[in-house]
Design a binder for this molecule. Structure first.
Ligand code: PMP
Length: 407
């Protein structure tokens, strides 16, 4: 595909053609999860109809074939985020699982009483709660990088918070509730100066913009397959090899050992050291296929198209009297969070649903972010490569109807 042809892209997403409440579906809940292209759906069918067998355990044909597809997917992921080696690519259940892995294993190895972890005010709960649990276990403290009235992180405050006790800085590349792109390059650079390690939550980033973990020089990077056009229950933790090698395993079981006896168990090498038990190999292979799909469209083209879409959406929604957009920034991607004055977000979401328009309503697993704005939730429209300006027009018209009905 040379040009960005959204109609051609839409043809590859069978779910998008359906009607909801008698209306053509307008799916604007992509921040929560995206729909799947045919080639990913067909890949899953192919695995189950042609070569499904548990990986890394058999000498037989099917097991070898599935293992090969699984390891090829790992190489596809490595290439996608430009990691140095496939040993640095761990298959997890998702972003949440990846962050919990680091919170546990990194925490066990490196965190002591009195140490500090920095997270941002605009984090998803997945990048808050695992650190709280770890701090409770280890007697460490969480410090919060504040956001301003627009939801942008205040870098000068961040610099003040960094000190010798800071062991890790964990921030999202893109804040899920607002769509704001955080200045992670500066955040990583400053952390490195004090010797703190960095974890970037890329759950809302990799599907929208090109990511190069070596260029970023982050220590860990996490993302989810289901937001990246693959199956649910699969995700990635990238970690620098030196660090992963030093960290103890997160879970014990099959596949992560070299030898087991009742006296002593020897763990295996990276990356399998962190993949105990039968991993979601079908999900992993689907992620490889999803990345091949993204690559066939071109991540730069996707970024450009989605940026135009977001700009169009923000301009169009701003025309509505009484509509407030939360999270105003020049650096945003693919999500617009808003409220209509005097109308509860649930009512807005429910009426839009009657019109076939799917948006997310509530706190978006980011209660501290909402608190910063003094609200309990928003309506969030979030976009993927298959959305169109016509769909944004329908959202606009839908919101005018909501106002007419409720005000
Ligand atoms: N971080 C961010 C920024 C997210 O948007 C999400 C999902 N909404 C997560 C973490 C958690 O991802 P998952 O539920 O796939 O583990």
């Amino acid at each position: 595909m040379n040009m960005f042809d959204v109609e051609k892209i839409r043809e590859q997403f069978p779910l998008l053609t359906q009607k909801v409440n008698g209306k053509n579906l307008v799916y604007l809940d992509n921040g929560a999860t995206v729909q799947k292209p045919l080639r990913v759906i067909e890949k899953i069918k192919e695995i189950y109809t042609e070569y499904n067998s548990n990986i890394h355990r058999g000498v037989h044909y099917l097991s070898n074939k599935t293992t090969e597809a699984y390891e090829n997917a790992r190489e596809t992921v490595r290439n996608f985020i430009n990691a140095n080696s496939t040993e640095e690519i761990i298959f997890t259940k998702g972003t949440t699982d990846a962050i919990n892995l680091v919170a546990f294993s990194f925490g066990e190895k490196y965190i002591k009483k009195g140490d500090e972890i920095l997270i941002a005010e605009t984090e998803h709960h997945s990048n808050i709660v695992p650190w709280q649990m770890m701090c409770e276990r280890k007697g460490a403290k969480i410090k919060v990088i504040p956001a301003d009235n627009n939801g942008e992180l205040i870098l000068s405050e961040y610099k003040k918070l960094l000190n010798k006790r800071t062991k890790l800085v964990a921030v999202a590349q893109v804040a899920n509730s607002l769509g704001i792109i955080n200045p992670i390059e500066d955040i990583i650079y400053e952390a490195r100066k004090t010797g703190a390690k960095t974890l970037i939550d890329g759950a809302q980033a990799v599907q929208h913009k090109s990511v190069d973990v070596q260029k970023l020089d982050c220590d860990f990077y996490a993302f989810s397959g289901h937001k990246t056009y693959a199956e649910t229950g699969i995700g990635i933790l990238y970690g620098k090899k030196e660090l992963l090698n030093e960290m103890p395993p997160y879970q014990g079981g099959g596949d992560m050992i070299k030898s087991v006896s009742f006296e002593k168990t020897e763990y295996t090498d990276l990356p399998l050291k962190f993949e105990a038990g039968t991993s979601n190999y079908v999900g992993a292979i689907s992620l490889g296929e999803a990345i091949n799909f993204i690559n066939s469209v071109g991540i730069e083209k996707i970024e450009k198209y989605e940026t135009e879409l977001l700009k169009y959406a923000e301009e169009k929604l701003s025309l509505i009297n009484g509509l407030t957009i939360y999270g105003k920034s020049k650096n945003k991607t693919s999500a617009v969070s808003f409220l209509l004055k005097g109308i509860h977000f649930y009512d807005t979401g429910m009426i839009l649903d009657k019109l076939g328009i799917a948006v997310r309503t509530g706190a978006h697993c980011a209660e501290p972010t909402m608190k910063n704005f003094g609200i309990s939730g928003t309506v969030r429209a979030s976009f993927a490569m298959y959305n169109t300006k016509e769909e944004i027009d329908k959202l606009y018209e839908g919101l005018l109807k909501v106002k007419n009905m409720l005000l």
